[in-house]
Design a protein around this ligand. Structure first.
Ligand SMILES: Nc1ncnc2c1ncn2[C@@H]1O[C@H](COP(=O)(O)OP(=O)(O)O)[C@@H](O)[C@H]1O
Ligand SMILES: [Mg+2]
Length: 254
């Protein structure tokens, strides 16, 4: 579904990503994990087509990504909703662009508004919603657009711990139902272990893949997977790798 070959990205003299090779299959839930500044958002922006590679290539569904790619939908850390549109119209926005008539797109959008538990807020405006609710709207919108690939850049980072946990479990459920291909960024190991079928740890300076592991914790997943000894073992293994990378990046800063 996503094929990345020999990808490097520079901003001026700064090499942010170096020689990345990565193949992501349809239906995988890949979490990119890494310290701040290691190039996670840049990699996601390259997949979405918001940025272009300096070297190498990115293809989605066999098509090289050379511009903003309609095959992918993005959810950002800060809810990028249209403040002048109601919840339902925010969710239906992409369907409108595709020329769907009002009745049809509202029917379609309502399905996803219901799915994220915002039925009674369908006609509310973003300013009336909490942060967690706004992120649910952003997720509903990306689902309504029905893209093959869904990209999420630290979508829950700005939320309180309890809201985050509820949304994580909802996202797992949606993933289990929809079978979408998802790439999700976080720097939380627990979040990665709850969500991912595959965890890719990026190292810094320049950004590159350090470890690529399968997360075989059983589905359906919810917070109770954290109680298993297998979870503890996976977490410790990941922590070893992450810690080493963080230490390296601290050393290179001092
Ligand atoms: N548009 C840009 N122009 C110049 N430098 C950038 C740009 N975007 C990101 N960078 C730099 O690239 C590096 C990686 O950034 P980013 O991909 O946002 O990292 P992460 O998401 O892992 O925190 C950082 O050093 C950042 O300052
Ligand atoms: Mg980032």
């Amino acid at each position: 579904m996503i094929s990345i070959k020999g990808l490097s990205k520079k901003f001026g003299d700064l090499t942010v990503l170096h020689d990345i090779d990565l193949e992501i299959d349809k239906g995988e839930f890949v979490v990119l994990l890494g310290a701040s500044g290691c190039g996670k958002s840049t990699l996601l922006n390259l997949i979405a087509g918001f940025e272009q590679a300096t070297e190498g290539e990115v293809a989605v569904n066999g098509k090289p990504v050379t511009d903003v790619d309609p095959q992918s939908g993005m959810v950002f850390q800060q809810y990028a909703l249209f403040p002048w549109l109601s919840v339902i119209d925010n969710v239906a926005f992409g369907l409108k662009l595709r020329g769907m008539n009002k009745k049809e797109r509202h029917e379609q959008a309502k399905k996803y508004v219901d799915m994220v538990g915002l039925t009674s807020f369908a006609d509310a405006y973003p300013k009336a919603l909490s942060g967690g609710m706004r992120q649910r709207v952003a997720i509903a919108r990306v689902l309504a657009n029905d893209t093959d690939v869904i990209l999420l850049d630290e979508p829950f980072a700005a939320l309180d711990a309890m809201t985050r946990q509820v949304l994580q479990e909802q996202l797992v459920e949606i993933y289990e139902k929809s079978g979408k291909t998802i790439v999700f960024i976080t720097h939380s190991i627990d979040e990665a272990l709850l969500l991912a079928t595959r965890i890719i740890i990026l190292g810094a300076k320049p950004g590159r893949i350090v470890t690529d592991i399968r997360n075989d914790l059983p589905h359906p997943r919810n917070a109770s997977v954290q109680l298993s000894s297998h979870y503890t073992k996976l977490k410790a293994d990941i922590w070893d790798v992450v810690q080493e990378e963080v230490m390296k990046s601290l050393e290179s800063k001092s």
